[in-house]
Structures are given as C-alpha cells and as structure tokens.
Design a protein around this ligand. Structure first.
Ligand code: HEM
Ligand SMILES: *[C@@H]1O[C@H](CO)[C@@H](O)[C@H](O)[C@H]1NC(C)=O
Ligand SMILES: *[C@@H]1O[C@H](CO)[C@@H](O)[C@H](O)[C@H]1NC(C)=O
Ligand SMILES: *[C@@H]1O[C@H](CO)[C@@H](O)[C@H](O)[C@H]1NC(C)=O
Length: 331
C-alpha cells in the first residue's frame, strides 16, 4: 500500500468483513445537529477521535483519502448514517454494491478503531455516523487542509442495501449537468459540488475508472481534453491490459497535500476523470474552478461550508436510527 505514494502503485485488496444485515424503515424527519451535542454526555469525543485518526494517518497516508471518500459515499446513499459501514453475510449491504467504487479499507478501519476508543470513554452514546463526520474533518486538517466545526447528533441508520446505491453516486464519466442533478438531490449547489470535488487533490484512482479516456474511444485516439504529456504518463502507468488493482494519484502534482492544485490541474488538462475535467470545460462550473485555482483561501472556505452541508444530508433521528454498538452491524 505504501507503494501508492508514487504516480502509480498497487492498491490494497479490500478486506471482507462478515456480519448480519437487516432492513427496516428509512427515516425522513429532520434531526437537530449541533457542535455541542455531546457536551454533557461525552465531552472528550472529538479529542479521542482525533488521536486515533492521527495515529492511523501516521501509519498510512491512505487513511486521508479513504476516510474522506467513505464519508461522501455514506452521505449520498441513505444519508450520513454510517449505513456504508454495515457488513453483510449475503454481500448485499451498501458497501457490497458494484458502485461502492472500491472504497479503501483504511476508512472503515479508522472508524472502527475510533469507535472502540470512544466506547471506552462513553459507552453507548456516540453514533458511528458522527465519528465518521469527525474523522473526515480530521483527515483533511491533518493533510494541511482546512479545519471546520463539525455538527453532531446523527443517529446510525437501520438500512444498508447494495441495491440502494445505484444512481445515487456520481460516475467518473458524467458531465456537469448530470453531476449537478445528483448533488442537487442532496441539497448541494454547483459551487458546493466544485468545492467538494477538490477532495480529488488527495488519493488514488484505479486505471479501470478512466481507461475509457485512453483506449477504445469511438474514432480512436486519446481523449483530446487530456494534456498530451499527462495522457502519455497515464498510458505508461495503465497499459491496456493492466491489472485491476493498479491505481494512480488523482492529483499528479501534490498528491499528499490537501491544497488547491486540483483546480490548476483542470485548467491544464490534468483532470483524471471526465467528471473532473468537465468542471473546467462547462461554463456553469468554470468560474468556481478558476476562482479556487487562483485563491486557496476561497477554496478552503467553500470546502468547509460544503462539508458541513454534506454532513446534513438525510440525517436520522428518533425511531429511524440508533446508536450502534458495533459500527459494522445493526444492534
Ligand atoms: C463529483 C463527482 C465525483 C465523482 C464522479 C467521483 C468519482 C471517484 C472515483 C471514480 C474515484 C476512484 C476510485 C477508485 O478507483 O478507487 C474517486 C476517488 C476519490 N474520491 Fe471521488 N468522486 C466525486 C466526488 C467526490 C467527493 C464529493 C469527495 C469527497 C468530498 C470525493 C472524494 C474522493 C477521494 C478522497 C478519492 C480517493 C480515494 C482513495 O484514494 O481511496 N469524491 N472518486
Ligand atoms: C465493493 O464492491 C465490489 C464489487 O461488488 C466488491 O468486490 C468489493 O469487496 C466491495 N468493496 C468493499 C470495501 O466492500
Ligand atoms: C481570497 O479569498 C479570500 C476568501 O474569500 C478573500 O478574503 C481574499 O481577499 C482573496 N484573496 C485574493 C488575493 O483575492
Ligand atoms: C434538503 O433540504 C430540505 C429542506 O431543508 C429537507 O427537507 C430535505 O430532507 C433535504 N434533503 C436531504 C437529502 O437531506
């Protein structure tokens, strides 16, 4: 896994966890989130999570992208309710969906470890959904990105189905109109979407996710929106019959820093996916891209705001949720 620090390397095989899954009614009513939610019941929760996350990031940088992406996927499917954490006996939970886009095991591991540490301090009080929200904030802050105040008070969901994933997550071949429609369903604007896509300043993508831009295009040739030198690099890292485990850095310039290089990359034809590059091509999103490329503070402010909004998506309360004892299984 450490080999993923260069332009290309070998991605880790996902660990398979086997637990029982069950289904129940989804929640609709709005929950009240607050940064003070655990002030009397678990005042130390944020520092407990932070020290677990810091240890894990030190072990492997992959923790940063893996945890950030896990939070995004959780929120866009069934809301931010840790439904993505559920492991199933029949391989039919959310994380088993073909659309889980190969979520890296280090994100799951981070939440499981943080939950264990939190349970020692305040048993049965803090949801896995909140722990994931705190951890996603912490990994960004720990990779020289911005830090924001996390709203808390989510319950863990009672539903996790692989069949529920299709159509809810954006795909790498999508264009701005379709991407924006998916984000709008989650109460996120085009500006939020451009800011959140800046998460692709860290982490890895498997060759299979963008090979269509390099090979087998109608009419032949490489996607002309790639910078030619970048396309050559990608073809060297990802030859036609490359193993499905091979991955490349999504930000080829500063892969280990949470910065605004992603946006300058897009202006230079270094957008790895169509969904990245199109943010620059499309007039609806281009002003945000150029603004963030010029001014990192502007990007950080927008990213913080968008992450808080992302954390409000589909939050569960009352009978629609629970505080899970084990993040990977319903109580
Ligand atoms: C705009 C629509 C988006 C699309 C189409 C998209 C698609 C993808 C794809 C295909 C990968 C590569 C997965 C792999 O091959 O292993 C990826 C990786 C990643 N995505 Fe996105 N994504 C989007 C938005 C986001 C958002 C909003 C976030 C978080 C706020 C995010 C965070 C990440 C991270 C951190 C990685 C690297 C994961 C790792 O290294 O383990 N993405 N994304
Ligand atoms: C994601 O889905 C694929 C295909 O269904 C599956 O093989 C893989 O184990 C899943 N990843 C995780 C982390 O569960
Ligand atoms: C960058 O953006 C920040 C935040 O909006 C703003 O305060 C600052 O003036 C901008 N800097 C420049 C050089 O435009
Ligand atoms: C979007 O916001 C509306 C109004 O606050 C809310 O009723 C709805 O549940 C939100 N949608 C999601 C997916 O969170």
């Amino acid at each position: 896994m450490e080999r993923r620090g260069s332009l290309y390397g070998v991605a880790a095989a996902a660990a398979v966890v086997v637990v029982v899954a069950m289904a129940a009614a989804a929640g609709g009513e709005a929950a009240r989130l607050s940064p003070e939610h655990y002030r009397s019941t678990c005042p130390g929760v944020e520092s407990v999570v932070r020290s677990v996350v810091a240890r894990k990031v030190k072990e492997t940088f992959v923790t940063v992208p893996a945890t950030l992406r896990l939070f995004f996927h959780d929120c866009f499917v069934e809301g931010c309710d840790a439904s993505v954490m559920i492991a199933s006996r029949g391989n039919d939970a959310e994380k088993d969906s073909p659309d889980n886009l190969s979520l890296a095991g280090d994100g799951f591991d981070t939440v499981v470890r943080a939950k264990a540490a939190v349970e020692k301090k305040c048993p049965g009080v803090v949801s896995c959904a909140d722990i994931l929200a705190i951890a996603a904030r912490d990994v960004v802050a720990m990779s020289s990105g911005p830090r924001w105040t996390v709203e808390l008070g989510r319950l863990d969901g009672l539903v996790s189905k692989s069949g529920g994933v299709a159509g809810k997550l954006p795909g790498p071949d999508m264009r701005v109109k379709d991407l924006a429609a998916i984000f709008a369903k989650n109460n996120l604007t085009v500006l939020d979407m451009v800011a959140l896509s800046g998460a692709h300043t860290v982490g890895f993508a498997h060759c299979t996710r963008f090979a269509g831009r390099l090979y087998g295009r109608v009419g032949g040739g490489v996607d002309p929106s790639y910078d030619p030198a970048y396309a050559r690099q990608l073809m060297a890292a990802c030859p036609r019959d490359v193993a499905p485990t091979i991955a490349v850095n999504m930000d080829p310039i500063t892969p280990a820093a949470f910065d605004n290089a992603y946006y300058a990359n897009l202006a230079g034809g270094l957008g790895l996916f169509t969904s990245d590059q199109e943010l620059y091509t499309d007039a609806a999103s281009r002003p945000a891209v150029t603004g963030f490329a010029k001014n990192q503070t502007l990007f950080f402010e927008a990213f913080k705001e968008a992450m808080v909004k992302l954390g409000r998506v589909g939050v569960k309360s009352g009978k629609h949720g629970e505080i899970r004892r084990d993040c990977t299984a319903f109580n």
